[in-house]
Design a protein around this ligand. Structure first.
Ligand SMILES: [Zn+2]
Length: 203
């Protein structure tokens, strides 16, 4: 954790020091108010249009929120897949928490299930979490991924097709509902507009 107690400057080391009403300092007992914000996650398989849509949304379409790509941390120990990429999940939650102190909700962009975040103690930094996934018809997804060329290996394509199917069947983790946006036949602008509306309804 990065924040320091405003009274004694001791670092807040543990998410358990955060609850609905604020933060409690383990060292001096000082409590200060902390406004918990919602956390948004834009997910979906590679090829679903996530990156293009996020790029469009980041042009000021939803100035009330801040978009952050999970892949910002796609290096070193953050690529360790243990415990559903716990290192990556935790660092993203830390960053989202720090940015949210400016009273701007965060939208984390990247392929993941809710378990990437819902199982972490740092989840307590946020009020509600909301998940939206971009999906498409399998044939469309396959064509998009194959168009990426030989660098995108076949196994990854099959994995993404399978994940696309799971999402479309309504599968999820941690009992979190995932709102689906079908990008089949939709332009980037149309999909971005739909995601924008979905976010604004939840602010
Ligand atoms: Zn203190």
């Amino acid at each position: 954790m990065l924040i320091l107690c405003p009274n004694c400057r001791a670092p807040v080391q543990d998410a358990r020091q955060v609850d609905e009403s604020g933060v409690v300092c383990d060292s001096c007992g000082h409590r200060w108010a902390f406004h918990r914000l919602p956390l948004f996650v834009l997910t979906g398989p590679s090829g679903s249009g996530k990156t293009s849509v996020a790029h469009r949304l980041m042009t000021g379409m939803v100035p009330e929120v801040v978009f952050v790509e999970q892949d910002l941390f796609w290096w070193g120990d953050f690529r360790d897949p243990s415990d559903d990429y716990a290192n990556l999940g935790n660092v993203c939650l830390n960053l989202a928490f720090e940015l949210a102190r400016n009273r701007r909700p965060i939208v984390l962009v990247g392929s993941c299930w809710p378990s990437r975040y819902e199982t972490r103690s740092r989840r307590r930094f946020f009020a509600e979490t909301h998940y939206v996934a971009l999906v498409s018809e399998d044939s469309v997804l396959r064509a998009r991924l194959e168009a990426r060329g030989p660098g995108y290996w076949t196994q990854a394509i099959e994995t993404m097709i399978e994940w696309n199917q799971m999402l479309r069947r309504g599968e999820t983790t941690n009992d979190k509902s995932i709102h689906l946006v079908d990008t089949t036949g939709a332009t980037v602008e149309e999909t971005a507009d739909e995601v924008r509306h979905w976010i604004r309804e939840r602010l």
